[in-house]
Design a protein around this ligand. Structure first.
Ligand code: M6R
Length: 604
């Protein structure tokens, strides 16, 4: 994920570009840069690091000119270097360009351009777009962009300048977000709305493969055939705080809704139709044993990882609370890989467990969301979940990113250890690609969950039960409810419940069962439901769409689409997150600020 910002008008572009970038820094912060047209010449400043650091080093904001584009990067193609930072250029026609996304056919296009004499300076796919537009330039930047789009495959949002048309920015997108901010005597382009709100509330949401030209005096819009369109301008009514929340009342809800993107962003650049790409673990493929250390929700994702890694990759895996692990004198040898999972990358217990493991000679792989955090820096290998910044104290989208990364690791290990053949890998990737739409479907059908929350909100206790790979989802559902609604909830393995907690069951007790099809414990869980029903418990089932067997057993059923048994947990968790959120709101609590809780627990 990267951030794009552009300005054209009568004010000095430099300070505005830097201010816009700061609003977008959550989208990428390994490097940043800006390009302006100053006295007819392209002027570029860029470097690695956070925007503040780069500003100190190269004074981005003092670049001259009243038109410019800016970018903050989270590297996907090419390492984090000054050269690979955006903007990228093609000098024949004074082209400079910033881009978010991945050009899937970049090597084919690159070969064609090289044959025409274009020389590539960087390892990025973005440079291909700059040269491609340059190669089509015949006096109109807009026409060159339209011609280039015909040759580009993949996801992109970009903004481009040419020194031959000094008062114009051209922008386009496909699958990656891009909006136009319509001002008075000035116009803006940005990856999201909050970046332009200090200047304008009139916004055009660019659609896939539309092309916009921005000058100080206007915005013109074209479809990919070149036909002119009338821009559909939306007036944004959100206040500043709402804008940061993308129009949602709370970060927690916004982040729940961002989960389809958490899946696509985390897999971006890591899957093709037939393989999973994790070159970072090439030296770790013959590991004998894995120990996962984590806390809270990250520990729950670790439990799902344990199930996947043992089931598919046949690697003995244990999951430890980081806070317990370090005081247990754990047995670690050189064949042990310790996997530290953390959203913030700053959780004190996880960091300490990881240090302990390293001291004992283990290799540590970290699965982290926050780039450059302590855990990411100290690990031997880091794999970033690209869920974007998680502000809500209750973790939602980071959890999804973690499970996706564990799934990718599992397939990669399974394939490289010859436990999965190519067809099986293809099938698992196909399942993964279904997930964002299936998550979206649950979000679209949330009304039923909201209604259920009204009834649930009056209860004082709840039990969450699941088995196998769904057991961690029971734990996660219970944790989410406790955190934001302050209703006491316990997650339990569904069969273990009869060894104790069943004593609590009566008609006042909601018992939430995760009973998705395709799991080998499905029938057993149906029997567990009967056991609770016969004691008068109020049963809420999270069940698969189309499953009739569950009808008549549960009092209320929330349906989720069907995927493979390995990915069904990521669908089952959605109604539980939404339920917790709506119950908290119904009870009058602010889910973003649960009492006694901090987002990042940096003390032991
Ligand atoms: O940043 P981390 O993933 O290391 O944080 C771990 C836990 O503190 C965190 O998951 C916590 O349990 C959340 N509040 C759960 O919603």
């Amino acid at each position: 994920m990267c951030g794009i910002f552009g300005y054209v008008g009568n004010r000095q572009a430099g300070p505005l570009l830097v201010e816009g970038l700061k609003k977008l820094e959550y989208r990428g912060y390994d490097s940043a840069g800006i390009a302006t047209i100053n006295n007819g010449e392209i002027e570029i400043r860029k470097d690695v690091g956070k925007i503040e650091e780069i500003e100190r080093k190269v004074a981005l904001s003092s670049v001259g000119g009243t038109v410019g584009i800016a970018h903050c990067r989270w590297a996907t193609h090419g390492g984090v270097t000054q050269k690979n930072a955006h903007p990228h250029v093609s000098l024949k026609n004074g082209i400079s360009l910033v881009h978010n996304g991945i050009i899937e056919n970049f090597s084919d296009v690159k070969a064609r351009l090289e044959a025409k004499g274009y020389h590539f300076e960087t390892e990025t796919d973005t440079e291909v777009i700059a040269h491609l537009i340059d190669s089509h330039y015949r006096g109109s930047l807009k026409d060159a962009v339209l011609a280039a789009l015909k040759e580009l495959e993949g996801a992109y949002a970009f903004a481009v300048l040419s020194s031959k048309e000094p008062g114009t920015i051209v922008a386009s997108r496909n699958e990656c977000p891009l909006i136009i901010g319509v001002g008075k005597g000035e116009n803006f382009v940005a990856s999201d709305v909050p970046a332009v709100l200090a200047h304008t509330r009139e916004v055009v949401y660019l659609k896939n493969q539309e092309v916009a030209t921005l000058t100080a005096t206007g915005v013109e819009l074209f479809e990919k055939t070149g036909k002119k369109l009338r821009p559909d301008v939306h007036h944004i009514t959100w206040d500043a705080a709402q804008a940061e929340k993308g129009g949602f009342p709370h970060y927690m809800l916004k982040e729940i809704f961002e989960q389809p993107f958490a899946v696509t962003e985390t897999t971006e650049g890591r899957i093709s139709d037939h393989e999973v790409l994790i070159p970072e673990i090439e030296q770790l493929l013959d590991v004998k044993r894995i120990i996962i250390v984590a806390c809270g929700t990250s520990w729950h994702s670790g439990l799902i990882g344990e199930f996947m890694l043992e089931e598919v990759a046949r690697i003995p895996t244990e999951v430890e609370y980081a806070s317990e692990f370090r005081y247990r004198n754990p047995i670690i040898d050189t064949g042990t890989l310790v996997v530290a999972i953390s959203q913030s990358g700053e959780t004190a217990d996880t960091l300490a467990a990881m240090r302990e493991a390293k001291e004992k000679g283990a290799t540590v792989l970290a699965i982290v969301n926050a780039v450059g955090s302590s855990i990411a820096r100290e690990a031997d290998v880091v794999l970033y979940t690209k869920a974007g910044p998680e502000i809500g104290v209750a973790s939602t989208k980071a959890f999804v990113g973690q499970v996706i990364m564990l799934y990718l690791l599992t397939i990669h290990f399974g394939w490289r250890r010859h436990l999965l053949d190519e067809q099986q890998v293809r099938n698992r990737i196909r399942d993964l690609r279904l997930l964002p739409l299936q998550i979206q479907q649950i979000l679209d059908e949330r009304e039923e969950i909201r209604k259920l929350a009204k009834r649930f909100a009056t209860r004082s206790n709840a039990l969450y039960l699941g088995r196998g790979i769904n057991y961690p989802i029971a734990l996660e559902g219970a944790l989410k409810l406790k955190e934001v609604s302050y209703i006491h909830a316990e997650g339990y393995p569904a069969a273990e419940m009869k060894h104790g907690p069943i004593a609590l069951v009566d008609k006042e007790m909601p018992v939430v069962f995760i009973v998705t099809k395709d799991d080998r414990t499905y029938k057993k869980v149906l029997s567990n439901i009967q056991e609770v029903k016969s004691r008068g418990g109020h049963i809420i089932a999270i069940a698969s769409k189309g499953d009739k067997e569950v009808n008549g057993t549960a009092d209320e059923i929330l349906r989720v689409p069907r995927n493979s048994y390995l990915l069904n947990p990521l669908l089952a968790v959605l109604p539980l997150q939404l339920l917790s959120y709506y119950v908290a709101v119904e009870r009058g609590f602010d889910p973003d600020k649960p009492k006694n809780l901090a987002k990042s627990v940096t003390v032991e």
